[in-house]
Ligand binder design. Sequence first.
Ligand SMILES: N=c1c2ncn([C@@H]3O[C@H](COP(=O)(O)OP(=O)(O)OP(=O)(O)O)[C@@H](O)[C@H]3O)c2ncn1[C@@H]1O[C@H](COP(=O)(O)O)[C@@H](O)[C@H]1O
Ligand SMILES: [Mg+2]
Ligand SMILES: [Zn+2]
Length: 173
Amino acid sequence: MAWQTLPTTVWPVLPGTVPVLRWFAHEWQHAGETHALAPPSPPSWLDDVAWDERGLAPAIAQEAGSKDVLMVAWMNREALLQTWARGQAVYWSRSRQRLWHKGEESGHVQTVQDIRLDCDRDVILLTVRQEGQPSGPGVACHTGRHSCFFRQLDGDGWATVEPVLVDPERVYK
Ligand SMILES: N=c1c2ncn([C@@H]3O[C@H](COP(=O)(O)OP(=O)(O)OP(=O)(O)O)[C@@H](O)[C@H]3O)c2ncn1[C@@H]1O[C@H](COP(=O)(O)O)[C@@H](O)[C@H]1O
Ligand SMILES: [Mg+2]
Ligand SMILES: [Zn+2]
């Protein structure tokens, strides 16, 4: 039945439905706000990590594809949660004592493809895509190199075996 053909006796009822709909919309919105304000409980898998006495665990960033080990940094619960939630590596900086979204200054972010925990649950392994150059290998290290592991023990000393790809002066203040 088209609305134009509704019996006239129904018409007085119709305006009443508007406040009801408004009330419903308000409650709906309010319910949404309430839900958003309630602190969500942290995922239980955070408790499965064997955090050290400082609440930290080392995190290795390994490049997808090449399998190169790019860097090792630290995570706390919040860093791991944010890494998982945003899909980009977030570490805990020990010297700055704050969360560190890798690439926040340089733009050299790490897109996370996989997160693993080792056998005794105290080391985190990230598989990442490393940003850093428009083309060619990514730049994980703040010296402008692909990897932080650019020193190789060579006889009686440490030889630098990886080139600087990006001038650190250009990407770091
Ligand atoms: N960018 C890096 C960076 N990239 C890789 N790494 C490695 O990650 C480790 C971080 O673990 P730490 O707990 O030692 O970190 P930290 O002591 O807070 O950092 P530093 O005091 O050593 O800079 C370092 O020891 C390095 O081997 C870096 N460590 C520090 N930085 C600094 O982080 C800042 C932001 O850099 P972007 O995230 O690239 O923008 C800059 O000031 C950088 O100098
Ligand atoms: Mg350091
Ligand atoms: Zn480095």
